[in-house]
Design a binder for this molecule. Structure first.
Ligand SMILES: [Zn+2]
Length: 210
């Protein structure tokens, strides 16, 4: 590690889904990692996916294995969707120092924000999927996989998506939530709909500004 001589950031991302998040994080590494790479992202995933509490358990396990907390970070990616134990999982991850990229209702909301600012009906996973399919022609038959044309369509819209995601924080029922400070102590995870914190990873990696 020391002989490498660079402070390359290493992200361990435990993801709930079996394909979409994995495709997206691979794209981030490939498109934005640079040469020599400024960061690497290791995606930890399982076929058929994981439940939020399983994502968090794995993330905690991973956190116990890292050597250099300044260089290595563990992230947990999970959705509200129709899962149970979401609040408990979120709290457990946060308390342990795992970075949480939570999306409500689903990860695809983050993709949709690359194209659209208007989100009426995006409170449900189906609503988000329908809007995403309509938002760009490469997504018209979208079903979990992010192929090259879809990734190309997303590329370049990261800053817009981030600004839109940040403005959603201002819509939280808890009045103290802001993009800068994050969610307030009274902001219930399940009330944050629609919302997504995926942009925080991009900010952490210097892809977008905080
Ligand atoms: Zn909030």
């Amino acid at each position: 590690m020391v002989t490498e001589g660079r402070k390359r950031k290493v992200i361990y991302a435990v993801v709930e889904g079996e394909s979409t998040e994995r495709d997206y994080l691979g794209f981030l590494e490939e498109r934005f990692g640079g040469d020599p790479p400024a960061f690497e992202i290791h995606v930890l995933w399982k076929r058929k996916g994981l439940k939020p509490h399983e994502v968090v358990s794995w993330a905690l396990e991973k956190l116990g294995e890292i050597d250099d907390p300044r260089r290595e970070q563990v992230w947990a990616f999970f959705d509200r969707d129709d899962h149970s134990r979401v609040e408990e999982s979120y709290a457990r991850a946060e308390a342990a120092g795992v970075h949480v990229a939570f999306s409500h209702p689903c990860f695809e909301l983050w993709l949709l924000l690359h194209f659209a600012a208007r989100l009426s009906g995006a409170q449900t996973s189906k609503g988000v999927q329908d809007r995403l399919r309509a938002a760009h022609r490469t997504f018209h038959d979208f079903d979990k996989r992010l192929d090259a044309p879809r990734l190309t369509a997303l590329y370049g819209n990261e800053a817009d998506a981030t600004n839109r995601a940040k403005s959603l924080i201002g819509n939280c029922p808890s009045m103290v939530c802001t993009a800068k400070k994050g969610h307030g102590p009274d902001c219930k995870v399940l009330d944050r709909v629609p919302s997504t914190d995926v942009w925080r990873l991009l900010a952490e990696l210097g892809i977008v500004s905080r």
